[in-house]
Design a protein around this ligand. Structure first.
Ligand SMILES: Nc1ncnc2c1ncn2[C@@H]1O[C@H](COP(=O)(O)OP(=O)(O)OP(=O)(O)O)[C@@H](O)[C@H]1O
Length: 349
């Protein structure tokens, strides 16, 4: 969908922000650009909607050289989301989202009804539309920013550190929301972050840059984690690279056995057979239960490793979609499986 061919950007002050970049961003996928500060991610992004023009090289969008398009026309097909949401402070949230449809001549009523629909799509209550941006939390403002970028239904979405300014819990919610939206919308998304966990979570492909605007490696997350191209990429991925890889596999397929009975640890269940906690047979009868975090098949192998360490019984409780116990899996089994998952990711890469 987007193709960079030997693209170079040198600013008038002599800084080379992007160095001979050749990179493809496939249609309907999320390509994440990562790298430390100043390595050229934002410049790369802004060249796609012609906020910055390359010094040399070609960028094609759906096969067409973007320099041949009128910049305003080009931008109509490209949504843009930035860190501070960039909302107009004196317009209501609804009117902020309706901005582009109004510019496209949709008429006020249609533009507003589209805006209201989008606010719901991004998980905001209808009354949020009547408020002004400063009356919303940072996370809510980011949702409005996403809604506004989607307003004209552009095939391409550029997102520059969109969730950088919110706390980790809200950030995870926004990431989940984006993945949920993307399942239905299948936009071509280019997403800039310097958070490698965010990149692994969101990216279909991850492009790692280093200072001077050099692309070092572009690969699917599992390949990147299993086979970093060099020490720079390995360092950037961090010492927990093996654990991050486990975040990409799920528990599905891991055998489970019956919950233990008669030993020291017993799983307390409610009347619907949902796990309540671990009962310690050696403790006084009225002792509180120890916490259990039951996992579903779709949960990651990383959360299973974590729970297997946290579980006093060394067992992970497994539940179905309704939270009802299906069985337990032992710590050793999970660790063996995690090791195998790691080896096969390396071999497949
Ligand atoms: N308009 C400009 N004029 C001169 N130099 C610029 C300009 N814009 C960016 N640069 C420089 O180009 C390099 C790349 O900047 P860019 O913003 O693309 O990096 P980045 O990877 O997005 O960084 P960050 O993560 O800090 O946002 C930096 O050295 C920056 O100082």
């Amino acid at each position: 969908m987007i193709k960079f061919d030997e693209v170079h950007k040198r600013f008038p002050n002599g800084t080379t922000a992007v160095h001979d970049l050749s990179l493809e961003m496939p249609e309907g996928q999320i390509t994440v650009l990562v790298g430390s500060s100043g390595c050229g991610k934002t410049t790369t992004l802004r060249m796609i909607n012609r906020m910055v023009d390359p010094t040399s090289g070609t960028i094609r969008l759906a096969g067409k050289d973007i320099l041949e398009s009128d910049a305003a026309d080009l931008r109509r097909g490209i949504g843009y989301v930035i860190q501070q949401s960039g909302l107009f402070p004196h317009r209501t949230v609804l009117d902020n989202v309706a901005t582009v449809p109004l510019l496209l001549g949709w008429g006020r009523k249609k533009a507003r009804s589209r805006a209201a629909e989008l606010l719901e799509t991004v998980g905001l209550a209808a009354d949020a539309g009547k408020r002004y941006p400063h009356q919303l939390s940072g996370g809510q403002q980011q949702r409005v920013g996403v809604a506004r970028a989607l307003a004209a239904d552009p095939p391409v979405l550029l997102m520059d550190e969109p969730f950088g300014a919110v706390d980790p819990v809200v950030r995870t919610q926004l990431q989940d929301e984006l993945l949920r939206l993307q399942k239905d919308l299948a936009k071509t998304i280019v997403f800039v972050t310097h958070d490698i966990d965010e990149a692994v979570r969101l990216g279909d492909r991850i492009a790692v840059f280093r200072t001077g605007g050099h692309l070092v490696q572009c690969a699917e997350p599992a390949e990147l984690l299993a086979r970093p191209a060099d020490d720079f990429v390995a360092d950037f991925l961090g010492a927990e690279r093996g654990l991050k890889l486990l975040s990409l596999s799920t528990l599905a397929g891991l055998p489970q056995g019956p919950a233990p009975e008669g030993g020291r640890w017993e799983l307390a269940l409610d009347s619907a057979r949902k796990p309540l906690g671990w009962r310690d047979g050696d403790a006084a009868a009225d002792s509180p239960l120890l916490p259990v975090r039951a996992l579903r098949d779709g949960d990651s192998l990383l959360s299973a490793v974590n729970e297997s360490i946290a579980s006093p019984a060394g067992l992970v409780a497994r539940v179905d979609a309704d939270g009802v116990l299906t069985g337990v899996t032992a710590r050793a089994e999970i660790h063996d499986h995690a090791g195998e998952a790691h080896i096969s990711a390396g071999a497949a890469a």
